[in-house]
Unconditional design. Sequence first.
Length: 278
Amino acid sequence: MLKRMLATAGIAAVVAIPAIAIADTAPAAPAAPASPHSFAGNIGWFSQYIFRGLTQTNEKPAVQGGFDYAYNFGSVTGYLGTWGSNISWLADGGQYMSSSLENDWYGGFRGNFGATDFSYDAGFLYYFYPGTTAPGGEKGDTQEIYGLLGWKWLTGKLSYSIGNKIFAVRNSSGTYYLDISANYPLGDSGFTANLHYGDQKYTGTDSRNTGGASNDSLFSYSDWKIGFSYDASKMSSVLANVTVGAFYSDTNAKAAGYTLAGKNIGKSETTFFLQKTL
């Protein structure tokens, strides 16, 4: 082919050579910028639903799941989400005639402090409990604002109630919950150690309390948890985004405030779970 080009005309070769050089050195098309939008979901099975150390399902299994949307502003990410689980504690405690669902709605902002391992998260969470209120009972709906500070696998979070009826306890404005948690990965094994300590502090006095006892004396308590979770993808790629685990939890919740359907819902429990991130 080259001999034929040279034989035809010298100028043809001169014209062809620059054309080949341009083709060889032309820059690649720039990659499309990453979208600031992201979506995530999760679904799981739990042998029971434990919330702040208290069983919400009377030691019966729970199916849970949620969906999140996030927008990356650069150094800060904003998010909105919803999550749900079956429950029984409101009906067990006589607050509702019937109630089988907790549906949470939340939104906030999270990010890191510069290029460090320190992180933050702040937002609003609304716990919604649909159902029929029993005579003398109270709605369980609760609103909280929260702030979290983290470092690698360690977090501290304060949730502060802004309504006057907190988890069906009347006149409890200013109630708060302090959560200190550690989720420490054990090398490349796929296992993570899960540790937690919490302190639930109630304020005010519900007029329904026996003998005029304060909410603090009846409902304030501490809880703790120890457990392990395992990334099942370590066993097979078919199990990607699947986590299995178990934990032991206990509280010092008083029987006078937390006995529902004949059981103290704050007693020690062992819980197993299987969860998948979508």
